[in-house]
Design a protein around this ligand. Structure first.
Ligand SMILES: [Ca+2]
Ligand SMILES: [Ca+2]
Length: 179
């Protein structure tokens, strides 16, 4: 069982026997976090917000959550009385298969086209150039960098990527100054 748990601001994912169980009292927002294949993100507490997370493993969601710019690659098991309020998220499953989802500009039944969705390293879960998640997120003032430290776009609302990786655009050239 391999687990990759990274919380940018030192919070919340708690690996125990393959489970990432969100812990109350340590903040309620998880940003730029990968949950690896083989891990299960379990949410048992209210008031949790996920921002720019890439959930490659499964998700067991027992309380209503808010998710923005997140990838849900693994299957979601959502408590039938709870709701996912999702903005600019990418789901592998259909909306009907997940259950109660209140969505704004989300992608359903959409493969995020990660570099290697069978891998277990953070770099495996980066976005490929053809990923539908590139520039498909919404601007969040709270997320200024990605997991790898790359800057998130701040000038244009439509350039933020979905997930924990902001893809570096090709064609950025080095500048030489010669005098
Ligand atoms: Ca982008
Ligand atoms: Ca990046």
């Amino acid at each position: 069982m391999k687990i990759l748990v990274i919380a940018l601001n030192l919070i919340l994912l708690w690996p125990t026997m393959g489970l990432c169980d969100l812990v109350p009292g340590q903040g309620n927002t998880v940003r730029n976090t990968f949950v690896a294949l083989g891990a299960d993100l379990t949410i048992n507490y209210t008031g949790i917000t996920l921002e720019n997370c890439t959930i490659v493993g499964t998700a067991t969601i027992n309380e209503s959550i808010t998710a923005k710019n997140c990838i849900f690659f693994g299957d979601i098991t959502l408590d039938g009385a709870k709701t996912i309020t999702a903005t600019n998220c990418c789901f592998m499953q259909s909306k009907a298969a997940i259950g109660s989802v209140t969505d704004t500009d989300c992608l359903f039944e959409t493969d995020p086209l990660l570099v290697d969705d069978t891998g277990d390293e953070a770099t495996d879960y980066m976005l490929t150039s053809s990923s539908p998640c590139v520039d498909a997120g919404t601007y969040l003032s709270t997320v200024t960098i990605d997991y790898f430290g790359d800057n998130r776009p701040t000038e244009y609302a439509d350039e933020t990527d979905i997930g924990a990786d902001e893809r570096r655009k090709p064609g950025v050239i080095a500048c030489s100054i010669v005098n």
